[in-house]
Design a binder for this molecule. Structure first.
Ligand code: ACO
Length: 285
């Protein structure tokens, strides 16, 4: 598929297993194997890596939304193509593909330069939790079905799935679903804070669009610093966090191309034209 706004797509390293559409500042990125419930195969790993590389430098893509084609977000890693068929690959090639998968699903998404939203439209299993947690925010359909199904076929939630769920789910819920392999709904996912919100499926895209619009109004340089700082301080003690955050704050202000803090302060104190408690300053003025 070719991409309406950027001209990227076919010939740019994706289009078969992952499709993209960039419209009004939002990059809609769709895992595209609906007949296999968007199970993650080496093709998705390759194409998602290319998409994330390209979108990072594409000014038309301000917020990324990751979703799935058909009735699935993703059924996790492809048991056949990702595991069984790679068993006889040369070890270094298999290791490289596994590393590339961990990279896009976790490190790349977590520290991505732009805001990311997982739009969970349906089935979400196993390895798909890494993508879900790797995204900054997540909105699910109320009837979406989630499951840490690894125990059902005799493995532990590996890759970095167990770490991912331990960062966002309460312990009792994480342990319960890891150990039972039972499924839960989008509504339950919202109750246990695995996703931000669950809405009826027919409202999902509108809800995600509204959230993306809110993010688009914020200073992108500061937004990037906020998410990076959040992930780093979670691993630090209090003293280091204070030092790091004060230094990061200075660096963020110093390197901000639009001098957001000065604009915001002036619009509030001098011009009295906005209230920071209620929304973002006007980036255009
Ligand atoms: N890996 C490989 N193929 C898959 C996967 C998967 N994870 N999930 C679905 N498929 C394939 C099926 O084999 C089937 O292929 P076929 O048409 O060639 O037979 C096709 O997708 C459709 O799957 P169905 O099972 O027929 O679809 P249904 O809608 O009835 O059920 C469901 C969907 C519940 C998601 C089911 O496919 C399933 O349980 N999938 C596995 C989910 C899972 O346990 N994922 C975790 C994997 S472990 C990990 O990620 C580390």
């Amino acid at each position: 598929m070719s991409d309406t706004a950027t001209g990227l797509g076919e010939g740019a390293g994706w289009g078969e297993f992952v499709t993209t559409e960039v419209r009004d500042g939002i990059a809609w990125i769709t895992l595209n194997r609906p007949d296999k419930r968007n199970a993650i195969n080496p093709g998705i790993v390759r194409e998602m890596t290319a998409v994330l590389d390209a979108m990072e430098g594409d000014d038309a893509a301000e917020v990324l939304v990751i979703t799935g084609a058909g009735d699935a977000f993703s059924a996790g890693q492809d048991l056949k193509e990702y595991f069984r068929e790679t068993e006889n690959w040369p070890p270094h090639e298999r290791d490289r593909m596994f590393a590339a998968n961990a990279a896009w699903q976790w490190r790349r998404l977590m520290y991505y330069r732009k805001p990311t939203i997982a739009m969970v439209n349906g089935w979400c299993f196993g390895g798909a939790f890494q993508v879900l947690v790797g995204c900054d925010l997540a909105i699910a359909a109320e009837d979406a079905t989630f499951g840490l199904s690894e125990i059902n076929w005799g493995i532990i939630p590996a890759g970095i799935v167990t770490k991912s769920v331990s960062m966002v789910m309460p312990q009792r819920d994480a342990m319960y679903y890891i150990m039972t392999g039972e499924t839960f709904s989008g509504t339950q996912a919202a109750e246990m804070r695995l996703v931000n919100k669950a809405v009826p499926l027919d409202q999902l895209r509108d809800e995600v669009t509204r959230l993306a619009e809110t993010l688009r109004k914020k200073n992108p340089h500061v937004l990037r610093a906020c998410k990076t700082a959040y992930h780093h301080v979670r691993q630090m003690g209090w003293e280091q966090s204070l030092e790091y955050l004060m230094a990061k704050s200075d660096a963020t202000k110093f390197r901000d191309p639009e001098r957001g803090d000065e604009k915001g302060m002036s619009q509030f104190i001098d011009q009295k034209k906005f209230k920071p408690g209620l929304g973002a300053y006007d980036r255009e003025s």
